[in-house]
Design a protein. Structure first.
Length: 136
């Protein structure tokens, strides 16, 4: 078996997309699914709690501002040691306006946050996974 070339392109991220009704009662389901994805990727319990909290903040604001029948589109993109999540409405058009407290909560529990008028994207790096890859 031939060794991989050092110039081989990086492995593309694994991506999972979820579409779920924009109702507050589905927030628990969504948090559980994302925690499962993060757990499968090797994130610690504390890192998973941070991801659940960030997702809950965004999903709750979107659900409060949506009309009956609208859905949320949640995209999860994974590369080793990092999980990125984007949340928007489906169909597009529901404005996501996070207040100062929600924005500060997001900024304190994830590594990167981008807040647009109709989409919020955040990412979390696993400290433990990063340490283990540096030791290898």
């Amino acid at each position: 078996m031939a060794a991989e070339s050092p110039h081989a392109p990086p492995t593309p991220p694994d991506e999972i997309e979820i579409t779920i009704p924009l109702r507050v009662e589905f927030a628990t389901t969504l948090r559980t699914v994302v925690a499962g994805i993060g757990s499968d990727a090797g994130f610690s319990v504390d890192e998973l709690a941070d991801l659940r909290l960030a997702l809950s903040e965004v999903f709750s604001v979107l659900a409060e501002n949506s009309a009956l029948g609208e859905r949320a589109r949640v995209s999860c993109s994974m590369v080793p040691g990092k999980l990125s999540i984007s949340v928007s409405s489906d169909p597009p058009g529901v404005s996501i306006e996070l207040d100062d407290l929600a924005t500060r909560i997001l900024q304190s529990v994830v590594d990167d946050v981008t807040i647009d008028s109709d989409m919020v994207t955040f990412s979390k790096r696993s400290i433990e996974l990063g340490e283990s890859s540096r030791r290898a």
